[in-house]
Design a protein around this ligand. Sequence first.
Ligand code: 0RA
Length: 662
Amino acid sequence: MSEKELNANASSGNYNAESIQVLEGLEAVRKRPSMYIGDIGERGLHHLVYEVVDNSIDEALAGFCSNISVFINEDNSITVTDDGRGIPTGMHEKEHRSALEVVLTILHAGGKFNKGSYKVSGGLHGVGVSCVNALSVYLRAEIHREGKIFVQEYSKGKPTTEVTVVGDATDTGTTITFKPDPEIFTLTTVYNYDILAARLRELAFLNKKVRLSITDKRYKASDDEEDTPKEKKQVFYSEEGLKEFVAYLDGNRTHLTESPIYLETDKTGIPIEIAMQYNTEYSENVHSYVNNINTIEGGTHLTGFRGGLTSTLKNYADKQGLLKNVKVEISPDDFREGLTAVISVKVAEPQFEGQTKTKLGNAEVRSAVSKAVSEALENYLEENPKEARKIVDKVILAAQARQAARKAREMVQRKSGMSGVGMPDKLADCSDRDPAKCELFIVEGDSAGGTAKEGRNRQYQAILPLRGKILNVEKAMEHRVFDSDTIRNIYTALGVTVGTEEDSKALNLSKLRYHKIIIMADADVDGAHITTLILTFFFRYMIDLIKNGYVYCATPPLYKVEKKSQKEPKPHYCWSDDEKDRIVEELGGINNVRIQRYKGLGEMSQDQLADTTMDPQHRILRKVYIENAAEADRIFSMLMGDDVPPRREFIEQHAKYANIDA
Ligand code: 0RA
């Protein structure tokens, strides 16, 4: 979920009228890569894979492909192979080149071939495989088609060979291998298996009956451990699509009803698939997709869904007389408490709006989705009166709890939003008042908080120490969240006001007092736990902070290494075991150095903490972003839920800290 700060800077290109030149073809892509793939950090790197896979998905949606395999090769190149018809290799009349070369070297050329079938899939930017070609030092296309194997190779978008027949084929399909150009991806060219696997799993749920697999060829089975798997590979396949997606997302939650409510229709000419399921918890987890793209900013399909859900449930409850003795007013939010749902629509000409171009604008989609939901839900409620009753009871409970929450929230509201006035006692504020320049460090514990206060730059760095652990919001009802002193202090310090009648979690970001909110915790299991608790709170209650890129994690060093012989040795700080080993070697080996292992922030002096972790010159900040919202939802519910075994398994697989404490 994080990337280096550098990444953010690299990706926030400023474009104005003067700087736009007419660039030809793929040169434009190499000159301004972030304009085409979003950024040139870890995200952009993975985006290349999605672009290629999306082409294969299109072929699958057209009905010609059922298997797509992704390989991370040993050298961090990627191979994507499918069993579709194969990209045509014949002469392209207008371009006087093979169609294959046209698809791989001309921007946006991919879709033009698919006459009649609209392009339903598409990466976030829908730029196509030519973009991947432009940003790769090497790309090889192998096409099996018409009984032959055709191959063409490229470098930085330019063909280095003709289309060559290298053998006979008995099957059909397309295989693309590419190696991202390190001159473009200066931050990292190393692929993360988990990120790719999560996206392929998501695609499998969104496109049922298509088999997607991922294999990590970098993985070497260890000889000395018997139970290590031979290869690192996962296959994702969903027979029932979104129904299984919702079950997967709610794997660690307790269902309220027997099975998900499910609908699939294209009555209105807009293919719509929806699955939803209520659980016993309090958060709303509705994920929406357009053409396989996660629309994190929502849009007309989401408003249609909400409208249909609210009116249908309300009508049903009224008709059954279930609301007769209910004193509180029921708000639209109440209908979605403890609801997990996935909405997937396919739109021929989607209009994307919003800050990150992930908000659907097409007006016609709203009524189509609303109608589809109403119809399916009405049927479900009529046929399952017992379940219907449980849902309505849950909604009423939510409304009653919300009334209690509103009072608590109004307390927060009154206290926050007035800069300088009524700030928490604990807050050591900075003097600058320009939010763009200001940073808030949220620090675990009073002692580390003290060190941070001494070491900070008072001009623009503020410190908020948290006493004890922050509430686990995953398990708490809303009014308890707003009742918590620690959480109120965070709202007050940040200056944001919460909640409108329509959306209880909407934030007024114009009042935000700091544009960097930095979680600073110990580099151990406890610290990781505290970071997770705070991130859970941000994820569930202040998601806009994350979406806008305001949230960071500080990374304190793990070791200090000093040469023994020197009087005033220069300290070398290390952030990993590898780095420590290298420095030890450089300083003359283990017998010539003193190594201090930092167990917590409290062990550092104010100068050490400032130099290594707070000073923008030297610190490593990891920006928190949501790579995959559905997966983030599932992982938070697992990490913070009641069920221990899946949590333990996850932590054993992922925790970098676990062995450090041993
Ligand atoms: C254009 C036309 C046809 C197939 C494709 C493109 C195609 C592209 C990709 C990219 C990855 N895998 C792909 N598979 C197919 C079909 C032309 C025809 O056979 O009629």
